[in-house]
Design a protein around this ligand. Sequence first.
Ligand SMILES: NC(=O)c1ccc[n+]([C@@H]2O[C@H](COP(=O)([O-])OP(=O)(O)OC[C@H]3O[C@@H](n4cnc5c(N)ncnc54)[C@H](O)[C@@H]3O)[C@@H](O)[C@H]2O)c1
Length: 261
Amino acid sequence: MKGKKGIIFGVANNRSIAWGIAKKLLDSGAEVAFSYYGERLRSNLEKLLENYPGCKLYECDASDEAQLQKVAEQYKMDIGQCDFLVHAIAFANKDYLQGDFYKTPKDVFLQALDISAYSLVSMTRTFKPLMVSGSSVLALTYLGATAVVQNYNVMGVAKAALESSVRYLAADLGPEGIRVNAISAGPVNTLAARGINDFTQLLKIHRQVAPLRMNTIPEHAGGAAYYLLSDLSAGVTGEIMFVDGGYNMMAVGSMDAYNLK
Ligand SMILES: NC(=O)c1ccc[n+]([C@@H]2O[C@H](COP(=O)([O-])OP(=O)(O)OC[C@H]3O[C@@H](n4cnc5c(N)ncnc54)[C@H](O)[C@@H]3O)[C@@H](O)[C@H]2O)c1
């Protein structure tokens, strides 16, 4: 990744999937800028980046197009070209990441889709003028987009919109040589994930059912992101790549994972 420059949205702390991606890119020589949400997270980032001096940090609420535009303008002045863009953000009111999905109110539904899915569209549009042939956009998704995972609820619907957006963006930007893909990660114990009811149960089931018998860690996403953001994947776009220890292709896994009595 030497000589490549880009921006990552979504590092909250050292557990963030985006931090696993950031470390991999930084260690492989890329120039990485970061966008964070809320002043409180800036100090987390500054601490994480102590060994990587000079990274540019920009505050942004990704659901606000004016703020996104401002970040792109600052990025253009500071860095210029955008070879990679990582969208690793999501939000839904945790009161509705439990119980019945049909009870989700309209405002909760719209907010989840706005922050977790539409922001990929507006982010890509905003940074596109800085992209060139060979640039690569990456989003983070989860199996709950295409299959029901208890409690994932409105986030599953948002991820379905995100995955479809990946394909439409890939079709739009492909003729200009710009690629758009997503990593579908297995459950990782992060700040965002802890908003999902019974998340520790989900982690446990995952490591018992996944063929690799382990939970996904940010470093797993880092390796896959390195591939998808580098020229190694020059022929790949519109792809949803599972990085979940193989969980997604299991139908009935180890019977021990289900507490059947
Ligand atoms: N943790 C998992 O189990 C898992 C699995 C698959 C996919 N994902 C996806 O990975 C991505 C990263 O999440 P994570 O699990 O690393 O959690 P995380 O809490 O570390 O990261 C979520 C990020 O979203 C940011 N964010 C929320 N609202 C925002 C807004 N309005 N503007 C800008 N940023 C905002 C937060 O500041 C945070 O940095 C998300 O898209 C998530 O859905 C997570």
